[in-house]
Design a protein around this ligand. Structure first.
Ligand SMILES: Cc1cc2nc3c(=O)[nH]c(=O)nc-3n(C[C@H](O)[C@H](O)[C@H](O)COP(=O)(O)O)c2cc1C
Length: 199
């Protein structure tokens, strides 16, 4: 791998483009990188699920998603705070695979600030007295979101958790008729290292 100072301009452009696309992914109207597949290490092997990319801090290389503190993924992240987060943009046939370290924020300033931005309609997801994955005797009953007051919605705050992941490696792949392109980026103590690799 080559250090950033010696990187070819195309590798630098790709790295900039990745963070640009991820930042755009937090906009609900731009869907390319809005939903990603997040993998964690479960008790019996890898576990994957779709999560919404909520916020990107490119300078710190941090991505945020929201979840329920009682969910299986939180238990898995507590035991193994590492994730692989996969995004795919169909229009450009581009896949990015992020390796990152996760930190959980159920209390504190970050979780409070994010909670303040969660609309009333979404707060209900965190208000269920039963934890995610609890077995039910039948299909869930429909709930009336409009009947929830802002005060009532605060019941969801104790379950609301922000997961912040800091990216340390990116695998980028673009499919192309003229030849597939693949590059890897690694954020080390000395700076960004990058390399073209065989697709
Ligand atoms: C389009 C879509 C978006 C989702 N976004 C989230 C999300 O942002 N956070 C979350 O915890 N679960 C989200 N889910 C649900 C998860 O995929 C998963 O089913 C749930 O969180 C339970 O996962 P776990 O048992 O591995 O914890 C989403 C599901 C779909 C289909």
């Amino acid at each position: 791998m080559t250090l950033l100072t010696n990187l070819s301009s195309s590798l630098q452009e790709i790295e900039r483009d990745i963070w640009q696309k991820l930042s755009e992914g937090t906009d609900p109207k731009r869907t390319a990188f809005r939903y990603g597949t997040l993998a964690t290490q479960g008790i019996n092997g890898p576990q994957q699920r779709t999560v919404v990319l909520r916020e990107v801090q490119p300078h710190e290389r941090i991505l945020l998603f929201y979840t329920d503190q009682r969910s299986a993924k939180v238990r898995e992240l507590t035991a193994h705070p590492v994730v692989s987060w996969l995004f795919y943009e169909e229009a450009t046939q581009t896949q990015i695979r992020l390796e990152a370290k996760a930190t959980l924020h159920t209390r504190g300033a970050l979780a409070d600030a994010c909670w303040a931005r969660v609309p009333l309609s979404n707060r209900q997801e965190y208000m269920n007295e039963l934890a995610p994955s609890t077995p039910l005797p039948g299909p869930p009953t429909e709930s009336n979101v409009s009947s929830i007051s802002p005060e009532e919605s605060e019941q969801g705050r104790i379950h609301f958790t922000v997961v912040a992941v800091q990216v340390h490696r990116i695998d980028w792949l673009r499919l192309n008729r003229q030849g597939h392109q693949r590059a890897q980026f690694y954020y080390s103590m000395e700076g960004l290292k990058a390399s073209w690799v065989v697709a």
